[in-house]
Design a protein around this ligand. Structure first.
Ligand code: MRU
Length: 345
């Protein structure tokens, strides 16, 4: 792992594994501060408010979170334990709707109970701990492999544009879209990154620019509406983005604005790559229109980042957090299992 990032741990257990410690991403880049979460309400709130965010990181936080809550369920009665576990699971799953990793990680945790019906409650708790750790470790391994797979498509010195933050902060280690960038950095590829600021929550400006800078990558921050000019000037040879849910037909939900970048990339004949672990593929979801898009608080647009409100009071606001990039605009989806080209489907 690139040295300058290895001390930033997005999600971890405390020493006794009775709380979850997260890096509060809402305070970056100004402050690196960690929050200790113990109750289901604290974990729900941290996910909802994007203190922990990025599809794989949300999955890991939910898995760690439900373990921490489950170990405090004070019963040896298996049916009581199972009912309470399910209640907490449904509650945590309601914190954000779009990233499939959240509900997938919670389902996987519940599967531990289903697969071992003869086990006692203490034995279940032991297995839940191991499963949570496995989810994190598998994510870290997948991210590294995604990076290796994508690096085959990139050349030293390339200009690369990214949207939102699909980096180290959004996963267990390395990132998805930024994994090839970090591997390239370790191997002297000298990539030149363009980070979209990513309105309205500025994940690009606050998080991507921060972590790339910290790792010594050459990064230039642009407003979202500047992507066209940097592409037109010939400064971008590839686009890399992450994903929150991949539908069975290859449509992808990712941070609001991603589909606009894909349309621009197609216009300028620039390859548009989506990178994500196979845990982000939802084969039960037929297409992008079936993906639930989270809508967030209007304040995020009208006042959150300004010293005074920048829009008239009572103006109507539409604030979808994600959009759908249709599969036709995606050159390839790159997972830990390989590169899947749109034109080979
Ligand atoms: O609202 P966020 O910040 O959780 O949205 C994050 C994204 O859209 C990322 O691109 C996606 O989760 C992939 S993270 C590896």
């Amino acid at each position: 792992m690139i040295q300058t990032l290895s001390d930033l741990r997005t999600v971890r257990f405390n020493e006794q594994a009775d709380s979850v410690i997260i890096l509060d991403q809402t305070l970056l880049p100004g402050k690196e501060a960690y929050l200790t979460l113990t109750t289901a309400e604290e974990i729900w709130d941290a996910i909802y408010k994007l203190k922990v965010r990025g599809a794989p990181a949300i999955g890991v936080a939910a898995a760690y979170g439900i373990y921490v809550c489950a170990r405090r369920i004070d019963t040896t009665e298996k049916s009581v334990f199972r009912d309470e576990f399910r209640r907490i699971k449904e509650y945590l799953a309601s914190s954000r709707p779009t990233a499939v990793n959240l509900v997938a990680a919670l389902n996987r945790m519940e599967q531990v109970l289903v697969a071992h019906p003869a086990f006692s409650v203490p034995e279940w708790k032991g297995l839940l701990y191991k499963e949570a750790i496995a989810i994190r470790e598998e994510d870290a391994a997948a991210c590294r492999q995604i990076g290796e797979n994508c690096l085959e498509l990139l050349r030293p010195g390339m200009g690369i544009l990214t949207h939102c933050n699909a980096g180290h902060l959004a996963v267990s280690e390395y990132g998805t879209a930024l994994a090839p960038i970090y591997l390239g950095q370790e191997r002297g590829y000298g990539f030149k990154l363009f980070a979209d600021e990513t309105r309205p929550l500025l994940q690009g400006a606050r998080l991507t620019a921060y972590e790339l800078n910290r790792a010594g990558v050459d990064v230039t921050l642009i407003c979202d509406n500047m992507a066209s000019i940097v592409m037109r000037r010939g400064w971008v040879q590839a686009v890399v983005v992450g994903c929150d849910r991949v539908a069975a037909n290859g449509d992808v939900a990712n941070k609001i604005g991603t589909s606009g970048v894909a349309i621009l990339a197609r216009h300028y004949k620039i390859p548009f790559y989506v990178l994500g672990p196979t845990s982000t593929i939802d084969s039960s979801c037929p297409d992008g229109d079936s993906i639930v898009i989270e809508e967030r608080n209007p304040d995020e647009i009208t006042e959150m980042w300004y010293s005074r409100r920048m829009a008239p009071k009572n103006v109507k606001v539409y604030n979808p957090a994600f959009d759908i990039t249709p599969h036709e605009l995606i050159t390839a989806i790159i997972t830990e299992k390989g590169i899947f080209y749109e034109n080979n489907r």
